[in-house]
Design a protein around this ligand. Structure first.
Ligand code: GLP
Length: 242
């Protein structure tokens, strides 16, 4: 694993955006895996600025998002569809048909939706670079502690910890969905390359388990220790240095 230490969130966002821009400039038909949450927001802002001022084009890029809540309409401000549109997809020249986010509203057959999402990624040639954030409890995407490492895209029941951590975006804890659809650990591990973005002291424990600990399903992010091409961008607070 390659660890890039940065001083703060601004530098993390800058570094992450530089890596992605370079990849897209080198290979305009890139398959990019994307994440939601507060952590990648700054990186998305910089990608949009670069698109508007520097002209990097996403015309032939395909995106695949990690996860989506179950039962929240796409136009609801708390859906990950809405988030992606607000922070990135609505501001770049990507073809809508090239953007993919699991559909958490396929209520009649969510299991089938999961299988089709997995197939879609494979048939598109796989993900070239997957961006990941990190949950306080070590989750990646919505793969909660205890998720088998072999899991493909699946439906997950969110832990109380995760619902509480994400309640800040909702009016109340009760409004936070109980379930989500997420790429599985095996889906994420099939990506050719991964960048993990970690910012803030509340992530320090989970990050230290990845950097120093054993690889265990009890802390999903530790699986990255088995991947051949991972870059971690972490700020001082996440590294426990401030
Ligand atoms: C959510 C997302 C994850 C994300 C995590 C951390 O639960 N499903 O993909 O990495 O939150 O979010 P944040 O970056 O806001 O701390």
């Amino acid at each position: 694993m390659n660890l890039i230490k940065v001083n703060n969130y601004e530098e993390l966002s800058q570094k992450a955006s530089e890596i992605i821009i370079k990849k897209i400039q080198d290979n305009p038909s890139f398959n990019l895996g994307l994440a939601t949450g507060s952590t990648p927001e700054g990186m998305y802002r910089k990608l949009v600025e670069d698109h508007q001022n520097g002209g990097t084009s996403y015309k032939n890029v395909k995106t695949f998002n990690l996860d989506e809540y179950v039962g929240i309409p796409e136009d609801d401000p708390n859906s990950y569809h809405y988030f992606m549109n607000q922070h990135l997809l609505g501001h770049i020249d990507i073809e809508k048909s090239n953007t993919h986010i699991p559909n958490g509203n396929q209520m009649s057959d969510l299991q089938r939706e999961c299988e089709e999402y997995e197939k879609l990624i494979d048939q598109s040639g796989g993900i070239d670079l997957q961006v990941l954030g990190l949950g306080v409890n070590g989750h990646v995407g919505f793969n909660e502690p205890g998720t088998p490492f072999e899991s493909p895209t699946h439906i997950v029941e969110l832990t109380q910890d995760t619902r509480e951590a994400n309640a800040r975006f909702f009016n109340s804890l009760e409004e936070v969905p109980t379930h989500a659809v997420t790429m599985g650990i095996s889906t994420i591990m099939k990506s050719k390359e991964i960048i993990l973005l970690v910012s803030g002291a509340q992530k320090a424990h989970a990050l230290s388990r990845l950097l120093n600990g054993e690889i265990t399903e009890e802390c999903p992010v530790t699986v990255l220790g088995k991947h051949p091409n991972v870059t971690i961008i972490a700020d001082r607070a996440a590294l426990g240095e401030e």
